[in-house]
Every structure is written in structure tokens, then in C-alpha cells.
Unconditional design. Sequence first.
Length: 255
Amino acid sequence: MKPSDPRDQAFIREVDEAYREDELKKFMSSWGRWILLAVVLGLVALGGWFWWKAEQTRRIEAISEQFSGALEKAESGGSTEALKELDSVTQSSSSGYRALGNMAKAGIALQGGDEAKAIADLKQVVDDGRAAQAFRDAAAMKQLRLEFDKLPPAEVIKRTAPFLAGDSPWFPIAGEMAALAHLKAGEADKAGPLFYRIASDERSPQSLRARAEQMAAALGQDVTKIEEERTRKAKAEADSAAKAAGETPAETAAK
């Protein structure tokens, strides 16, 4: 076969390019306006998103400054002015600052001796479904402590139940209130194990652990096991540290 004529190849390329150009014109004639519209809408949406993010940041910064200012006024004795600022904070779109605002209002109310107002402010946090669970749990515990003496034991036990299972960080506080409620209800057999759990829980504050250990012992719990467990853990930690340092048990004991 003879090689193709270069002029034929050039002609074929020109026809191919003309065909592609014609197809592109047809495509743009049919879909060009829609593609342009989609690009414009995409750019508008992107610009709107950036504006929204900037606006949200600006609002959060403004609320943060307002909240900080309210706390400063409260600390300097200007409770009335602080409450006005906090009222505004609690109406904001930020669930976090709404919760902080209501909890700060509760603190001011307690300082002023208005326990009922403090309970109402805390309940606002507890009932706010958009607030972070950590805020709601903290408010629930504080509210329950304020209402404890006025509530029947069954209600205290019911409200502390969600904090007694698992590894809730609120267990020590909730456990003590539940145990005391069981005692009020004449259920010492249920209070004793709760006090024992609190005394053996390392997350419990030292003062609370000491109280719980005394109560557990008074209710017939064998609290000597708690000290044995503490000693065992301390020895295990010391051995682990010594192993990491390359020491022998004898060298560790000598120290």
C-alpha cells in the first residue's frame, strides 16, 4: 500500500475539526444557557455560604463579648445590668451561649437568695433540646441539688437513674443524692451499695469519697476491700513505672 497523501490527512483533520465545532455549537445552543445558569447559581450559592459563615462568626463573637461583659458586671456588683445583658444572651441563636447565659443567671439568682428563680433558669437549660448534653446534664444536677429537700425520694431516684449506669461523669454526685433518697425511703439495702460505689470510684472528689466510705461502713458494707483495691492499684502502677524505667522490683521497693 502506498503511504497516504499528506494533503488527504490535512483535509480529514479539517473535516474532523469542522464536525466537532458544529457539534459543539449544537450542544451549546441546546444546553449552553442551562450550563451558564447552573454556574451562576453555584457561584451565588457559594458566595451566600461564605457570607453566612462570616455572619455566624460575627454574631458568635458579639454574643461572646456580651456574655463576658455581663460576667464582669456581675463580679463587680452590677447584677441588674448583668441580668439585662444575660437576658439578651439567652435569646440568641447560639444554643451554647443560651445555656451559659441561663446558668449564669441562675448563679446570680442564688447569690441574691432567689432559689426559685435559679431553679427556673436551670430548667431552661435542661429543657433546651438544642443545647449540648453536657450543659443539660450539669444544669439537671444543679437543679436537682437545689430541689432535693423538697422532692419525694421516688422523684429523686427517678431523676438520678440515668446518671447511675455506665460511666457517667456525674455518677458520684447523682449517686450520693440517690443513696440519700433511698435512706429517706427506708431502703438502706439499696443505699449501702451506692455509697460503696462512690467511695471506690476514683472520679469522686476526695471529700465525697470519705463521706461515702463512712456511710457505706455504717450500712454494713465491707469497706476494707476499697483500701485493698487502692493498695493493689498503687502497687501495679509502681511496678509498671519501674518496668518502664528498667528497674527491678527490689530497686523500686528500696526507694
